[in-house]
Design a protein around this ligand. Structure first.
Ligand SMILES: [Zn+2]
Length: 338
């Protein structure tokens, strides 16, 4: 790991003479403090980096959104596996033996926490995980789960979503806390890379601060009373709280709980009374519920929001920043009727 870092950070501006042997590696450890040795150190480093990525820090992130945040901080120093890929629903995820193998070999496992990954304890046990489990939502003020009562309706699929709403990443301020927690954990596990992680975390934090300002600017022209949206599961309470938008949902906080007929009737009445204008499907949920509500209210679905998973590369939301940008644009356009 150390060698890879020197290779990427110190090669700039140096005439690379490749092929120094293992004796150069000792110099690499102290190179930062001894400029005269830096050239030799970098050469040794690049030689060993070229030999393979085996020295990278092995880490696992539970789902695609978190995977992107970890990658933003850890970059090429990490060998990152993501358990739940793009467009896949973490609420109904069932770990397979291949996931247990990825977890077994990891030094760090990053999870969201707040009950999002109810399957974690069993997976860590079956994988005999010996690394560090890092819950990235630590330190945020969690919202109570809106679907609290609903989630206790007897859906016995082995999911325990707990009393908190897990979708904290939908508030950019919380993603910034995630990033700090990720950088702290990477520094603790890989001290030689700490400067690298801190620099990347800081640069990415600047991007997130700008994203947050951009979202607020996009909502600014819309009167608070008009900021009402129908979605298929309660994934946007944090976004709603941060940016002043009301999200209504017939479903509970988890996408695996079925809406009741009475819940749908109530929602349709509410849509009419409050003159809600925007209706959305999500990338991780069955669109039939939203289509039914669309038929009964005459509202047309205004597009797709990304709630619990990124899109595949080349899609509308392949990164966290793209996701927030896409959602904000889709929401504000639907409300403005653009
Ligand atoms: Zn969800």
């Amino acid at each position: 790991m150390k060698r890879r870092h020197f290779a990427t950070s110190m090669l700039v501006g140096m005439g690379a003479a490749w092929g120094l042997g293992a004796t150069g590696l000792a110099a690499a450890q102290g190179a930062a403090a001894v400029p005269a040795q830096a050239g030799a150190a970098a050469n040794a480093a690049s030689a060993s980096a070229a030999a393979g990525a085996a020295a990278a820090l092995q880490v696992v992130a539970t789902f695609s959104i978190l995977g992107d945040l970890v990658r933003q901080v850890g970059g090429e120093r990490l060998q990152l596996d993501v358990l739940i890929g793009p467009d896949s629903d973490a609420h109904v995820f069932q770990p397979r033996p291949s996931h247990a193998r990825q977890v077994r070999e990891a030094r760090l496992l990053f999870s969201n926490g707040l009950g999002f990954e109810g399957w974690i304890p069993r997976l860590l046990q079956s994988a005999a995980f010996r690394g560090q489990h890092v819950v990235v939502s630590r330190g945020i003020a969690a919202l109570r789960s809106a679907g609290h009562g609903h989630a206790h309706g007897g859906h016995g699929h082995g999911h325990s979503h707990g009393e908190h709403d897990p979708h904290a990443w939908q508030n950019v301020a919380h993603a910034r806390v995630y990033v700090r927690n990720i950088a702290d954990a990477l520094c603790a596990a890989d001290a030689a890379g700490c400067d690298f992680y801190r620099q990347r975390a800081q640069a990415y934090d600047d991007v997130l601060a700008q994203l947050d300002a951009e979202i607020r600017a996009a909502w600014a022209p819309i009167a608070p009373a008009q900021r009402k949206v129908i979605v298929s599961h309660d994934a946007f309470a944090y976004y709603g709280q941060a940016y002043g938008v009301r999200f209504l949902s017939a479903r509970g906080v988890s996408s695996d709980s079925e809406p009741t007929a009475r819940g749908i009737v109530r929602l349709v009445q509410q849509i009419r009374q409050e003159q809600v204008r925007a209706l959305f499907v999500e990338n991780v949920t069955d669109p039939r519920l939203i289509e039914q509500i669309a038929r009964e209210t005459g509202l047309r679905p205004a597009g797709r929001l990304y709630s619990d998973a990124l899109s595949a590369p080349g899609g509308a939301a392949p990164t966290y920043v793209d996701m927030l940008r896409h959602n904000t644009q889709a929401l504000t356009r639907a409300i403005l009727g653009a």
